[in-house]
Design a protein around this ligand. Structure first.
Ligand SMILES: C[S@@+](CC[C@H](N)C(=O)[O-])C[C@H]1O[C@@H](n2cnc3c(N)ncnc32)[C@H](O)[C@@H]1O
Length: 258
């Protein structure tokens, strides 16, 4: 059966960097914020780190360049292929594999000091069952006392406002304007929305527009925390952007020490 999440990211892989005004700056700043948390919670690299939703590599590449031993996995083949290429062109050493984050043990056998899942990847877990599977799957890939770190949009605020338009990024490189934004169509449950991502680029009178359609679940912090706890993770804490400098709320949790 075709997987709509995979289809969305397979198609988006070529344009994913355009959701940032400057993707290289995002690689740098996001890995810096994550590195600071990991150093405080676990220690300094080299540590074994699994990015279980690496996409085109925004966090994985930056963390590999900071000295982590990164294994990066994702559901999308085209995103992995692009991540591999981007890593090579930046001289980042990391390994890649295809894996569903709900069933990591199927293709990832080792365990890690740190597992990360950043930039709203968990919002594609549409049901409580998906989230429970993901929490158990991540927990099984952590060493005793290991750290799980994930970021999601601030859905606690978003569900109060139900925005329909989210400006994403604008970059005005000479002679080529690039603009990305999303239109969200909320379902009647108030918690699920169709995601319409538009990428517009061009100059003068020549413009192109590409559309990518997906589906997301507005996952509340309390709900995610409860799924992580039920999945066997402990010491669950939320770190907000004002403190971390990261663009989304971050949850951290630990696997029990032996
Ligand atoms: C918003 S992107 C973030 C990617 C990456 N962390 C970044 O910031 O560049 C979400 C990613 O989650 C991946 N994903 C969604 N569901 C997944 C699943 N069940 N298993 C593994 N990856 C998944 C998608 O393929 C996509 O690459």
């Amino acid at each position: 059966m075709p997987n709509p999440v995979r289809r969305f990211y397979d198609r988006l892989a070529r344009d994913y960097h355009l959701i940032y005004a400057d993707w290289n700056a995002a690689i740098e700043s996001q890995s810096r914020a994550i590195d600071r948390i990991v150093r405080r919670e676990v220690g300094a690299p080299p540590l074994a780190l699994l990015d279980c939703a690496c996409g085109i590599g925004t966090q994985a590449i930056g963390l590999a360049l900071r000295g982590y031993r990164v294994h990066a996995t994702d559901l999308s083949g085209p995103a992995l292929k692009r991540a591999r290429r981007e890593a090579r062109s930046r001289g980042a050493q990391l390994t890649f594999a295809h894996a569903d984050l709900g069933d990591l043990g199927r293709s990832v056998s080792s365990t890690f000091d740190v597992v990360i899942c950043c930039d709203n990847s968990l919002a594609h877990m549409m049901t409580a069952r998906d989230l429970a599977r993901a929490a158990r799957s991540v927990r099984a890939r952590l060493k005793p006392g290991g750290l799980f770190l994930a970021s999601i949009r601030d859905y606690d605020r978003i569900v109060r406002e139900h925005p329909t338009f989210t400006p994403q990024a604008l970059s005005d490189v000479p002679g080529n304007l690039r603009l990305s934004f999303q239109y969200w169509k909320w379902h009647r449950d108030g918690r699920t929305y169709d995601q319409h991502l538009f990428v517009v680029r061009g100059r003068g009178e020549r413009w192109t527009i590409r559309h990518y359609g997906g589906l997301s679940h507005a996952l509340l912090r309390g709900e995610l925390g409860e799924h992580l706890r039920r999945g066997g993770l402990a010491k669950i804490r939320w770190l907000m952007p004002a403190r971390t400098g990261y663009h989304q709320p971050i949850v951290i949790a630990r696997s029990p020490a032996r």
